[in-house]
Design a protein around this ligand. Structure first.
Ligand code: CO
Length: 292
């Protein structure tokens, strides 16, 4: 018997909201736009639509592949030629959608082929999803689409299954064949998420990207911390979302309880493009939940 998540309607609704938030972000990414304001506009849209951000909006640029969100004091403006990844998440009571797109700021058309390659790759991956089918078939399709455009997949970054309140659940979806022996089950929620580069195809840890996550429930000893955990659970968040100074201090004190995320940087300082959709594994194949 296939096992679908409870409240499937919430997963579909979170998907539609995340898809529209992604398109909004890609549209607003223009020369002179502040990265912090862009993140805030995307997150405000998600809340307006009746969902919560599932993680801080990732606005990674150029050879930053992922995991940068602006801090509350970030003043950086986008400039023409920036290759910006807009990676957004929305959730409704733990029903999570994760989606991303890449835009070249100012339409300089320097990276059209790279952006096309990653779009082809995510589409090819989605087409290869079958209930009971192998993850490796998806990975091979992604890899083939990337190589067809003469680029490299970023090997260290993968798609992933999603469960209630768990953004990265048990299975990884590599962007190259030969790594996974898992199969996909009907009813699973899967983020298909290739990264493409003209660099070396690997990432290294950069500086702190302003994203943290509770490793576990801190319990009730500190009521301020308990309040923060009630809001974020184990999903990634950023201090940009924490307005209360008492809560900010409590989180600083509790650093041991928090996982911190470094920015992922392409090792060859190559350009990096990303595309991502969250899909439901249906009886005939993938149902894309994060279409625009
Ligand atoms: Co993802």
């Amino acid at each position: 018997m296939p096992r679908y998540p409870a409240r499937l309607d919430d997963w579909r609704r979170a998907g539609r909201i995340a898809g529209r938030a992604r398109e909004l972000g890609l549209r607003l990414a223009r020369p002179g736009t502040a990265r912090r304001e862009l993140a805030e506009q995307i997150e405000a849209f998600i809340r307006d639509q009746g969902a919560e951000p599932a993680f801080p909006t990732n606005l990674s640029r150029n050879w930053e592949a992922a995991h940068y969100t602006p801090s509350e004091t970030d003043t950086e403006l986008l400039v023409p030629g920036d290759l910006l990844k807009v990676d957004v998440g929305a959730h409704i009571g733990g029903a999570i959608a994760d989606t991303a797109g890449t835009v070249e700021v100012g339409e300089t058309h320097r990276h059209d082929r790279l952006v096309k390659a990653v779009r082809d790759a995510v589409d090819a991956g989605i087409q290869a999803v079958r209930p009971g089918g192998s993850v490796d078939a998806v990975s091979r399709s992604i890899e083939r689409a990337i190589h067809a455009q003469g680029y490299k997949p970023v090997v260290d970054l993968t798609g992933h299954t999603i469960e209630s309140y768990v953004l990265h659940a048990g299975k990884s979806i590599p962007s190259v064949g030969g790594y996974s022996t898992a199969s996909l089950e009907e009813g699973e929620i899967v983020a298909i998420e290739p990264f493409v580069t003209n660099g070396e195809g690997h990432i290294e840890d950069g500086p702190f990207g302003n994203i943290v996550r509770f490793r576990a429930d801190p319990g009730n000893k500190d009521p301020v911390l308990a309040r923060a955990f009630a809001r974020f659970r184990t999903l990634p968040f950023t201090t940009r979302w924490v307005a209360d100074p008492e809560e900010k201090t409590a989180l600083k004190r509790a650093r041991r309880l928090l996982q911190t995320y470094p920015v992922f940087i392409e090792t060859g300082r190559g350009w990096v493009a990303q595309a991502e959709h969250t899909v439901l594994v249906g009886p005939a194949g993938a149902e894309v939940l994060t279409a625009a």
